[in-house]
Design a protein around this ligand. Structure first.
Ligand code: MSS
Length: 365
């Protein structure tokens, strides 16, 4: 068997037993590692880097990190030290890679075959983008997009647009967005975008720009390749192009974390547990099936409600006889959107929230 790759240096502090190391830039939380807590510890949180992580030297003097704010009436270059004087907000949020669930696509799209573990629920602290923009006079007219640029140093000799991490979201997303310097109560680790990260709650992970060095309100979407061609919902057989929908808002989703084949339970009384989130809206309810989708029961939401962008834990107590059982969960948000049975087929394997794909089959003795 090929040797398991080790944790890369910038993520050497991760809990090796809790993660699947796909590569030096893609590390997934094991499904059985999601505990009963609400917040995902940094040691277990997944990592996805499109470019090699920058040098750890960018953390030596965090407060000196600079970001250029553009497309506002009074554009400014601000240091992290200055940002910290301009406001304070804390937002618990599901951080999820848009490719989470790609591993369930039978046609094996290119990209990391994540199952459920390219996601975590994390608490971000920083300054509200809306408030920051107000203090800089508001946005210029016609700036319909909020564009964040990652601070990686780009290799020379390549067209920067072809590799830079730069994403645009609708400008209205600034309402709940943060420029964040803390994650789960400590300065953001390099692996997760320290010293400063753009946080856009309810949007897929690719829009959460790490080591953010520029935040621009723009009339057009970025023409960087990662925006124009990458992360598009391309129908089967089609080539990615900017006319196709981009990977933006997250959709309603849930999965079971116990019991699992790797986390066995004895036959009899079982607490079927899992995680559910709505993306843009809170989860209204979660239903669980113990008979492969024939019948459904409403699960109980457990633990504190940390707001619409965080996930909820759910539990259903059930009596399961010895034998094999297919367990499924289905989340419904406050607008009545339910997880679909089937995935939406697309070339990149994005946005998978299929009920059937996330089912688990367990054998209880
Ligand atoms: N940012 C930057 N700067 N760079 C890179 O690479 N990536 C993305 C985000 N951001 C990047 C960024 C992705 S893609 C994701 S998911 C995220 O991030 C992740 O995070 P963490 O912290 O977990 O690592 Mo997919 O949709």
């Amino acid at each position: 068997a090929p040797a398991k790759p080790p944790l890369p240096a910038y993520a050497a502090w991760k809990d090796a037993g809790a993660v699947i190391i796909h590569s030096s830039s893609t590390i997934e939380t094991k499904r059985q590692a999601f505990g009963n807590g609400l917040i995902t510890p940094a040691e277990q949180l997944y990592v996805r880097n499109n470019l090699p992580a920058p040098s750890a030297s960018i953390l030596e003097n965090r407060d000196a990190w600079e970001i250029s704010i553009e497309g506002v009436k009074q554009p400014r270059v601000l240091s992290l030290r200055e940002l910290k004087t301009m406001g304070l907000e804390t937002t618990p949020m599901v951080l999820q890679c848009s490719g989470n669930g790609r591993g369930f696509f039978p046609n094996k799209p290119s990209g990391t075959p994540w199952t459920v573990g390219a996601a975590g629920c994390v608490v971000w602290t920083g300054v509200s983008v809306r408030q920051l923009v107000e203090s800089l006079g508001g946005t210029m007219a016609g700036m319909d997009f909020m564009t964040g640029t990652g601070g990686e140093l780009l290799p020379e000799g390549l067209d920067p647009k072809s590799i830079m991490v730069e994403r645009s979201v609708p400008a209205k997303a600034m309402a709940d967005a943060l420029l964040a310097w803390e994650m789960n109560g400590v300065p953001i680790p390099l692996a997760h975008g320290g010293p400063l990260r753009l946080i856009v709650p309810g949007y897929q992970g690719v829009n959460q720009i790490k080591y953010v060095k520029r935040l621009a309100f723009t009339a057009q979407e970025s023409d960087a390749k990662i925006m124009a061609h990458g992360y598009r919902i391309s129908p089967p057989g089609a080539k990615a192009d900017p006319s196709q929908p981009s990977v933006l808002e997250m959709n309603v989703k849930s999965w079971i974390t116990s019991p699992l084949p790797e986390r066995a339970a004895a036959a009899g009384q079982v607490q079927i547990q899992g995680l559910a989130f709505g993306g843009q809206r809170a989860v209204k309810r979660v239903e669980v099936s113990v008979d492969a989708g024939k019948t459904w029961k409403e699960a109980r939401l457990v633990g504190p409600d940390l707001g619409k962008y965080a996930w909820r834990q759910f539990v259903l107590a059930a009596k399961l006889p010895a034998g094999t059982h297919t367990l499924m969960s289905r989340a419904i948000d406050t607008a009545g959107n339910a997880q679909p049975e089937q995935r939406l087929e697309n070339v990149g394997g994005y946005n998978n929230n299929s009920v059937l794909d996330h089912a688990v089959t367990v054998t209880l003795a």
